[in-house]
Design a protein around this ligand. Sequence first.
Ligand code: 13P
Ligand code: SF4
Length: 304
Amino acid sequence: MQHAEITRLKAEKKAVILAHYYQDSEIQDLADFVGDSLELARAAQKTEAELIVFAGVHFMAEGAKILNPSRKVVMPDLRAGCSLSDSCPPEAFARYRALHPDHFVVSYINCSAAIKAQSDVICTSSNAVKIVNRIPTDRPILFAPDRNLGAYVAKQTGREMLLWQGACIVHETFSERKIIDLQIRHPEAELIAHPECEPSLLAHAQFIGSTSALLKYAVESPKPTFIVATEEGILHQMRKKAPGKLFIPAPPNQNCSCNECPFMKLNTLEKVYHCLENEAPEVDVPAPLREKAFLPLQRMLDWS
Ligand code: 13P
Ligand code: SF4
């Protein structure tokens, strides 16, 4: 019933539903487009739909508004934030930048519009290495807010970077010991990990990439089994696209569901329905901030 109603409302309101891979499987299955952060930003910019329903977290919906300001952007639950984005408050970041005025500022897309507006270029986990490689070698780099992605990119590019010490609560939850135990029990398995994971875990991984890159790798690899170190929502697409393979979510330290993002999981199918029906809650960004944040975001899209 809800599915049919959502489809009807979508047509009536000329709406599009964009969903991140970390959404519940029923939301992914209903969405018009499912992707990683970069693909979702591109989809949001080029959509001709009048209403964008963003099933993801706040910085993603905010990004959609910045890239396509003439569209109305709504999200199922306005409280769907991000620990990584929250770890970088704009005033503290401005003070840090002021201490390093010669640095080229690269910000991971998982940050607020106020941080984007203070950045020279934005990156996502799928293009971060490419973006950093475009920066003139005589410019020192300040990378925010994810220290793990920053450390990974510094290693890949050989560039020295000052790292803001932010992190994602989900990607820092995995237990190295339990993963090693799993590898002993499944010697045929490959560990594939998102670069938001800690360097000590990444050191064990056979493949590191964004959610889309992990999905592509898992589908194309001849290996039959994968231990997946990222938010467990991505396993839905892996199992759909490679039904004969075994995908094991990397276990968290505690006996909890901490490998589920509590922010992403605030969105439910019912909230998607209400959000479409009411065209609320709306995500808006004041024009002056939007215009400042647009420049580094567009630079990212031009560079990647
Ligand atoms: P990607 O989908 O770009 O890999 O990002 C993961 C993430 O943490 C989104 O919040
Ligand atoms: Fe933020 Fe981590 Fe959740 Fe992604 S998984 S939205 S980085 S808290």
